[in-house]
Design a protein around this ligand. Structure first.
Ligand SMILES: NC(=O)c1ccc[n+]([C@@H]2O[C@H](COP(=O)([O-])OP(=O)(O)OC[C@H]3O[C@@H](n4cnc5c(N)ncnc54)[C@H](O)[C@@H]3O)[C@@H](O)[C@H]2O)c1
Length: 231
């Protein structure tokens, strides 16, 4: 509402991030309707949990296609338009699971670790080519969104392996607090803005200490008796 009051405008275009032609069309629409492109948030992602020895190749490929191929396609098609537009900031959603391993989330970790290093490689290419495009990754901890209930292995109904995020946050986040989408949106806004103009190729971790926790977790006694786990 506030943004409307200050004459802000938003437009929704539906597209599947795994479809390269759809990216071409979205970039063309951005050029025509907005006159260019200065920011891209590669946010789409799914999380398929389960044992790696039971995961089907179809589930592995579905998750890779959305979480990693989609980010590649977004980057590939945004950079030329951002260069033409004079500046750009690309923000890729990785995860704490892109910084450290998680049992029963190995395939998800593979996609998010891939996003982390794809970000750094592209940031360096842009910097060395003197293209005016910054590229950074964001690493959320445990955030209250539908991702925890919407995606399941193809063999299960959606929601069949829903996670109790309140209980998980209480158990594994150092502050005991479950994150909210706005916590992540504020970090993304910072990276999209000129306030972060000297930042590229880096990682913004927004996790209430979840990833710091791992480094002190040599044993349960060191963490005040709380069980240690991660997203
Ligand atoms: N929620 C968390 O705790 C958490 C933690 C770490 C990282 N993340 C990452 O944050 C990002 C956002 O996730 P979220 O928590 O808001 O989940 P979410 O399920 O609410 O949102 C993910 C969105 O991706 C969209 N999507 C899925 N497949 C798509 C496709 N092929 N093309 C276009 N859109 C597609 C879905 O429609 C959905 O709107 C994801 O990349 C996720 O991996 C989330």
């Amino acid at each position: 509402m506030e943004h409307r009051a200050s004459a802000g405008k938003a437009e929704y275009l539906h597209h599947d991030v795994t479809d390269e032609q759809a990216w071409v069309e979205v970039m063309s629409a951005a050029k025509q309707r907005c006159g260019g492109l200065n920011g891209l948030v590669n946010n789409a992602g799914i999380g398929i949990a389960g044992s790696i020895v039971e995961m089907t190749l179809a589930d592995w490929q579905r998750q890779q296609a959305i979480n990693l191929d989609g980010v590649f396609l977004g980057i590939k098609h945004a950079i030329p338009l951002m260069r033409e537009s004079g500046s750009g900031s690309i923000i890729n959603l990785s995860s704490v699971a892109g910084l450290q391993g998680n049992s029963r989330l190995a395939a998800y970790c593979a996609t998010k670790g891939g996003v982390r290093l794809l970000t750094k490689g592209v940031a360096l290419e842009c910097a060395q080519e003197r293209w005016p495009v910054r590229v950074n990754s964001v690493h959320p901890g445990i955030i209250e969104t539908p991702i925890w209930s919407t995606v399941a292995p193809g063999s299960l109904e959606p929601g069949a392996n829903t996670v109790d995020v309140d209980a998980m946050a209480e158990q594994v986040v150092p502050t005991g607090v479950l994150g909210q989408p706005l916590d992540i949106a504020n970090g993304v806004l910072f990276l999209a803005s000129d306030e972060s103009s000297y930042m590229t190729g880096t990682e913004l971790v927004i996790d209430a200490g979840l990833s710091a926790w791992k480094f002190v977790a040599a044993g349960p006694a060191l963490v005040a008796g709380r069980a240690v786990g991660s997203t």
